[in-house]
Design a protein around this ligand. Structure first.
Ligand code: NAD
Length: 402
């Protein structure tokens, strides 16, 4: 699997110096280790861990820790690259990084998961204590895991998205969903000219990103008509009670058993006739095989990399705009920046201030993306890549790297 950036296509839109192209076309640093942990007389946990810094021209490598069975080095590289683009697009002083632990967290007890994370910190201690890499949650990890990392480093700014009582930021938990919904609301208005009130939305994935996106969409007046998770989904054309659904998922663990609608599969959800489709689960869910079935007027990417290039080409032919991940889900890293800054300065921020900052940054990036897309006659994704890469190139120049 190659780079996320198509340098040939991007090179037709902006000037990319050869040295910058070389630096951006592969990771700056990679660490691969086998984590092994004895858990008792017979118990043994072994998993591959990958840590990738894609580009640190703008600052420390920032990016989540993913725990997922079968996670690979290629996946980690791709996610780290997206983080370099995302932080540059949002104008943050961070670079792009990512960690993936190839293990299924649902098969670990809380005690075992804590032990795995402590061992991960033990191996990466120098990187974390020197602030070279600043983790946050991703698939399979959450605030408690970040608190465990903090408990090992004792450095508040070494990790973000900690629980608010442990140096975390009020609103960080909801911040990614906040930005996805902000991007969706802007896109409904500016791209479709559609009022938010009554706009129909379908949300794939009901974890951190999906459930908060659904809540903010619903608060803004949109009708969330469908939601799903790994086990399947639920559809109600009159709109789902998204808070009750989140509560149900917390208690029962699945979306599809929620009594407020008809059960549907994930493929059906992706093909629903809605105004906005919000893939908030994981990468590569909209593919060359199913993109033709999409009937949504708009796609807003809550997950990282949910649309394959083949799917994007099909959606573009159908006239369906795709608001890219590096813009739509940047709220998490924007809030993480505030948490990191507060940890260094001692400042405190309220939940409302966090949301205001996310809204403001996403609004500004959305305007810039739209303007660039119009000026250059390119897709929203290419426009956001163009802005981000120009920022990265300039940062490299500022540091005398190129
Ligand atoms: P999570 O683990 O909290 O939730 C993931 C949800 O997706 C769960 O409901 C799960 O059942 C569902 N899911 C997984 N595979 C699925 C599939 N094949 N089909 C349908 N549903 C599926 O994870 P999260 O933190 O919400 O992250 C979701 C996505 O958003 C990931 O791509 C992640 O990289 C990205 N992201 C997360 C954050 C963040 O702050 N958490 C920030 C930016 C991007």
């Amino acid at each position: 699997m190659g780079s996320v950036i198509d340098f040939e296509a991007l090179g037709r839109l902006i000037e990319i110096p050869e040295a910058a192209r070389r630096l951006l076309s592969g990771p700056e640093k990679e660490i691969h280790f086998a984590l092994s942990l004895k858990t008792g007389e017979r118990g043994l946990i072994v998993c591959d861990c990958y840590v990738v810094y894609h580009c640190t021209a703008r600052g420390p490598a920032k990016g989540g820790v993913r725990m997922s069975a079968g996670a690979t080095l290629d996946e980690t590289r791709r996610l780290a690259e997206l983080m370099s683009l995302k932080t540059a697009l949002a104008g943050l002083p961070f670079g792009g990084g990512k960690s993936c632990l190839s293990i299924d967290p649902s098969r670990l007890t809380r005690f075992e998961k804590t032990a795995v994370i402590k061992e991960y910190v033990h191996i990466l201690r120098l990187e974390l204590e020197h602030g070279n890499y600043v983790p946050a949650p991703d698939l399979g990890t959450g605030p408690t895991d970040m608190a465990v990392i903090f408990g090992e480093t004792h450095i508040p700014e070494s990790v973000t998205a900690k629980p608010p009582r442990v140096g975390g930021l009020p609103g960080r938990l909801e911040a990614t969903g906040r930005s996805v919904s902000k991007a969706a609301l802007l896109a409904l208005d500016r791209l479709l000219g559609k009022p938010v009130a009554g706009a129909r939305a379908a949300v794939q994935g009901y974890g951190n990103v999906g459930s908060h996106t659904a809540m903010f969409m619903s608060e803004a007046g949109a009708k969330v008509v469908a939601a799903s998770d790994l086990t399947g989904g639920i559809h109600n054309p009159r709109g789902l009670d998204v808070r009750a659904l989140a509560d149900h998922v917390r208690r029962k663990g699945t979306v599809s058993t929620f009594p407020g609608g008809e059960q549907i599969g994930n493929d059906e959800l992706l093909a629903l006739d809605v105004d906005v489709l919000l893939p908030c689960a994981r990468e590569d869910v909209l593919t060359g095989q199913n993109a033709r079935d999409v009937r949504a007027a708009l796609v807003v990417e809550g997950a990282n990399g949910p649309t394959t290039p083949e799917a994007e080409a099909i959606l573009s032919d159908k006239g369906v705009p795709v608001v890219p991940d590096i813009l739509a889900n940047a709220g998490g890293v924007i809030a993480s920046y505030v948490e990191w800054r507060n940890a260094k300065s001692g400042a405190l921020t309220t939940k409302e201030e966090t949301f205001e900052l996310v809204d403001e940054r996403i609004g500004k990036a959305f305007d810039e993306m739209l303007r660039t897309s119009g000026d250059k006659g390119c897709s929203l994704r290419m426009a956001s890549f163009a802005i981000a890469v120009e920022e990265l190139v300039q940062s490299m120049r500022d540091r005398e790297w190129i």
